[in-house]
Design a protein around this ligand. Sequence first.
Ligand SMILES: [Zn+2]
Length: 263
Amino acid sequence: MRKFRLLIAPTLVSIIGLSLLLAGTAWADLPSSTPAAGETPGRLAAPMVAADGTYPPVTPTPTPTPTPTPTPPVGPVLYLTFDDGPNPTWTPRILEVLGRYNARATFFLIGSNIDAYPSVVAETLARGHSIGLHSYTHTDLTRLTRAGVNSELARAEAALARATGRTSTCARPPYGSVNSTVRDVIASRGLAMWLWNVDPRDWARPGVSAIVANVRSYAYPGAVVLFHDGGGDRSQTLAALEILLPEFAARGYAFAALPCLAP
Ligand SMILES: [Zn+2]
C-alpha cells in the first residue's frame, strides 16, 4: 500500500504538471493584443488592459507611412473584421445585423470579388464600414515572388479604386500567411498589415455556439476579431453575431472600424 501511494503521488504530480504545461501552451498560442514594434498583431504578449479598464491604443504593424490611430470611443471596443467578401448573399445580411447594433467593422476584401460585386462594396462603405485588402485571388502570398505579391496587392487596390474611387491603407494576407517578402512588399506599398487577436474559426462552420463561446472567452477590450462574410455558407457567422453583438453591447462595448481608408 505504501509503495502504491508512493507511485500515485508522482503520477498525480505529473498529470497536474502536464495539465499546467498544456494550459500554458494553449495560452501561449492565443493571439494577443496590440503588437510590439516590428511584430505582427496576433501572437505576442498577454492582452494589455489598463488598470482603469481602458483598452490600449490601436497600432498596426509599423510601415513607412504610419496609419493614424482612430479616435477611440469611450469605453471598451472590439474591432470586428470580415474576410473573403464581398459576397452578394452574406455581406448584405451581415451589414444589416451590424447596422441594427450601430456596429462599425472592417471588411478585408478579395480583389476578384470586388470586381464581381462592386455595388456590395459601395454599400459597405455607405454604411460607414472600413475596407482592407485581402489580395486579388486569395492565394498564399508566401508562395509568390516579390513581383507576384506586388501584383496581388496592386490588382486588389485597382479593383477597389474602380469600384469605389477609394484607397485602403490596410492589408491582411490570406490565411495570415506571412514571410519577410510579404511583410516587405506590404510595407513598401505603404500598407499596414492587420492580422487578428481572436479567431473563432467561423470559416470551418464549427456551430453557432462554438463561435459564440470562442469570442466570449477570448475577446478583450481592443481585440481584433476575425470573421468571414465570404467563402461559403456564413449562416453560422450571422447567427453568432446576433448573439454576440447585443451581449457585448450590454457589457459596454462599442464596435469600431479599423482606420483603413485614405482620406
Ligand atoms: Zn481569406
